[in-house]
Write a protein of this length. Structure first.
Length: 250
């Protein structure tokens, strides 16, 4: 008989900026769920220089549960916070998780073996036959789809949903991708995916159930145009070969 497989080692990375109104519910929900799973795990709350009580609320959870870690960072933006958390994490699998928990935690196993296999990066998508978008206003959905069409045309053909805030990385993918990540704001997802493609990493898409939250810190028009401008900069860096893997490190 084959020996039992080692438990999955999972880090959940939660970037947060001024999230005092909902971070306690988020950490409580994640902790309650993970304690029921046969995994080795940690929750890493990355405080992006919050001006409210976000970090102190996290500290209260960490005092009661040593697998909750509060990582204080200077304010750089979501991309900078996610990068700091993923690089510091210890799990073989490292999950980027929005603080609003717009994806139910029961969806996490869809990003892990044995459900998901053969990947370096598994990205949640809110499109497709088995995905569910719940409570989203029609105009927000249409704006999001128009943005994604532009992204596919400009740089990421075939990626249905580059901006979903739920993505799973292997530890090796983090080590390969994030030393090259330069974008610290909302457009960092685009750079991450372009780097992964430049390095020929294996990307899979995971359709999820997603619930619209009207407290999102993303302003579709302002941030959408900013992300497209940054995408053009990233595409130019890719054309110069800035994101290719160094063969001497393989």
């Amino acid at each position: 008989m084959a020996p039992p497989a080692d438990p999955i080692s999972l880090s959940v990375i939660v970037p947060a900026f001024n999230e005092e109104r909902r971070i306690a519910a988020t950490l409580g929900t994640l902790g309650d769920y993970l304690r029921q799973q046969p995994w080795n795990w940690e929750i890493r709350l990355i405080d992006d220089g919050s001006l409210d009580q976000t970090a102190r609320i996290g500290d209260s959870f960490a005092a009661a549960e040593p697998r909750v870690i509060v990582q204080r960072e200077p304010h750089r933006g979501k991309g900078g916070a996610v990068k700091a958390g993923l690089v510091a994490a210890r799990g073989a699998y490292r999950f980027m998780c929005d603080a609003d928990l717009s994806m139910p935690v029961r969806e996490i196993p869809r990003f892990l073996p044995p459900v998901a296999t053969g990947f370096d990066l598994a990205i949640g998508i809110r499109e497709g036959a088995t995905a569910k978008r719940i409570g989203e206003p029609v105009h927000r959905h249409l704006m999001g789809r128009l943005f994604n069409v532009a992204v596919q045309r400009l740089a990421l053909p075939g990626i249905e949903d580059s901006q979903c805030g739920f993505k799973m990385f292997t530890a090796a993918a983090v080590a390969s991708i994030f030393p090259r990540v330069t974008v610290e704001g909302w457009a960092f997802d685009l750079e991450v995916l372009i780097i992964a493609r430049e390095q020929r990493l294996r990307i899979i898409e995971v359709p999820i159930e997603w619930h619209y939250r009207d407290e999102s810190q993303v302003a579709m028009l302002r941030d959408g145009f900013g992300m497209l401008r940054e995408l053009l900069n990233v595409r130019a860096r890719a054309a110069r070969g800035a994101y290719r893997r160094d063969p001497s490190t393989d």
